[in-house]
Design a protein around this ligand. Structure first.
Ligand SMILES: *[C@@H]1O[C@H](CO)[C@@H](O)[C@H](O)[C@H]1NC(C)=O
Ligand SMILES: *[C@@H]1O[C@H](CO)[C@@H](O)[C@H](O)[C@H]1NC(C)=O
Ligand SMILES: *[C@@H]1O[C@H](CO)[C@@H](O)[C@H](O)[C@H]1NC(C)=O
Length: 456
């Protein structure tokens, strides 16, 4: 009896032991199966500097959280479940230059919003080892990276993928890597989206050596740091220049700001805006114009070069423009807010005043409840018509009131300003403007007008 009891206890303990062991192994395997980007250390960097060691991480809706890793060599030997599905579109994410040991933290976030938006294969190109040299050495190697990726694309074509089903999303230097893959396939890949394509050493490069519209059926680019890390020239069919393309709102531009905000905040803004656009809460629409200055002065109010449809940042085909053939190197401009979801509405203000004796200053405010947008206007004696574009978080049809304040220097007396008309239009302009005519703006007494309107 006692013996049997002991045996029972031993058996139970054994069963528990086995169970926990098996679970432990299973846990371990599950973890080991989820791949992550390489993590370079100084030692490895010194040892491996001769090798590119490109790996690929695959994410699909069947393994959203748990990437599968493969290389060119291992692709032919992949065991099921291998989730790549050749009848679906593929998004190929290519990162750029890396500081040693730093993994691009945004990669998984981008992959996940892509999968949320579309049922695709997301392939992340991990070339962290190759990307972690000094910048000029990395630039020398980017074609080698592109060449290796092209071998992979050939392999995936053998599995049934079509060339036009590949959409490359390249960040910074990664945009030129994608461009060179496109060159190798003579522009037959579907699309390349460049997120602040790298500028240093590329601006004066031949189109063979940098991203250009001939690299894919459609190339769109988002520019946010074109005076520093990004490129200042258009490289796609449609090039979005955010806030003029160089300095972004909410990124500090003083030497006393944090390292991040001083060094790469502008450059990384393209990526954050793109991720936000894919997440789909609001439209980021650009207007074609020759320069940002002209855009801000209300010289560009429609999308007639695209036959009416304006391009949007995001995944819609040809950025939403339907004109054929698609224009090349078309600069489009938009103003964004300083944080996600970054969208703003462009409102054109047209002001006409009676001729002034002295130059004057006026402050204009558009108000929707707690949201205000302000613009200071300098009025000259030789001009009576002023046009300015300002950004507002609300569309024009939700603007509740407009205020004009007669400001200007205190030490000289600024006279009353006789306003002939002030008109507001939302851009791209589709409807007749909203106007208020004939009123005076006295010094010290702001003028204001309430709108009664509905959005349809
Ligand atoms: C990457 O490597 C560095 C240096 O060895 C280490 O400190 C860090 O924790 C590693 N990060 C990850 C996510 O493994
Ligand atoms: C591959 O994708 C196609 C199209 O979405 C779908 O019909 C098919 O079932 C998928 N195949 C597998 C094995 O999941
Ligand atoms: C996407 O939108 C959801 C809400 O719709 C939000 O919770 C999430 O943080 C957003 N993700 C990104 C990456 O912007």
């Amino acid at each position: 009896m006692l013996w049997g009891y002991t045996i029972t206890i031993i058996l139970c303990a054994l069963a528990l032991y086995i169970k926990s062991e098996v679970l432990g192994v299973a846990d371990l395997q599950e973890k080991a199966e989820c791949a992550d980007l390489s993590n370079t250390t100084w030692q490895e960097f010194r040892l491996q500097r001769a090798k590119l060691q490109i790996r690929y991480l695959l994410l699909t809706r069947d393994n959203v959280e748990c990437a599968q890793v493969f290389t060119q060599e291992s692709l032919s030997k992949t065991q099921p479940p291998f989730y790549f599905n050749a009848s679906r579109m593929s998004k190929i994410i290519v990162h750029g230059y890396r500081a040693i040991g730093s993994k691009p933290s945004w990669v998984m976030e981008l992959a996940q919003v892509l999968l949320k938006a579309e049922d695709v294969n997301v392939v992340i190109v991990d070339w962290i080892y190759g990307a972690s040299f000094a910048y000029n050495l990395v630039v020398e190697r980017y074609k080698e990276v592109a060449l290796q990726i092209s071998v992979l694309i050939n392999q995936l074509q053998k599995r049934g993928s079509k060339l036009e089903s590949f959409h490359f999303i390249g960040v910074s230097l990664g945009a030129h890597v994608a461009g060179f893959v496109g060159t190798l396939f003579e522009g037959k890949i579907g699309r390349i989206t460049a997120l602040d394509p790298a500028g240093p050493m590329f601006k004066r490069a031949d189109t063979f050596d940098r991203l250009d519209p001939s690299d894919a059926k459609f190339v769109d680019a988002i520019h946010t740091d074109s005076d520093y890390f990004g490129i200042s020239i258009p490289v796609g069919h449609v090039d979005f220049f955010l806030n003029g393309g160089s300095d972004q709102t909410g990124c500090a531009h003083s030497r006393f700001a944090s390292m991040y905000s001083y060094v790469i905040c502008d450059h990384m803004r393209a990526l954050h805006v793109y991720i936000s656009a894919l997440n789909g809460s609001c439209a980021l629409t650009g207007l074609p114009c020759t320069s940002y200055e002209d855009f801000l002065m209300g010289q560009c109010v429609d999308c007639n070069v695209f036959k009416g449809t304006c391009p949007n940042i995001g995944l819609s085909e040809n950025s939403g423009i339907t004109v054929s053939p698609v224009p090349k190197e078309q600069k489009v401009f938009l103003i964004t807010t300083s944080s996600a979801p970054f969208c703003a509405h462009h409102i054109l203000v047209e002001l006409e005043v009676s001729p002034l004796d002295k130059s004057a200053e006026m402050e204009l405010t558009l108000i929707k409840e707690s949201h205000k947008a302000e613009k200071r206007l300098r009025l000259q004696t030789d001009t009576t018509v002023y046009r300015k574009v300002l950004a507002h978080p609300a569309p024009l049809c939700e603007i509740g009131s407009i205020t004009l304040r007669n400001t200007g220097a205190r030490f000289y007396r600024q006279a009353d300003i006789h306003v002939r008309s002030v008109c507001l239009s939302q851009l791209p302009r589709r409807e007749a403007p909203l106007c208020v005519n004939k009123f005076d703006v006295r010094r010290g007494a702001p003028w204001s007008h309430d709108f009664v309107q509905v959005c349809n």
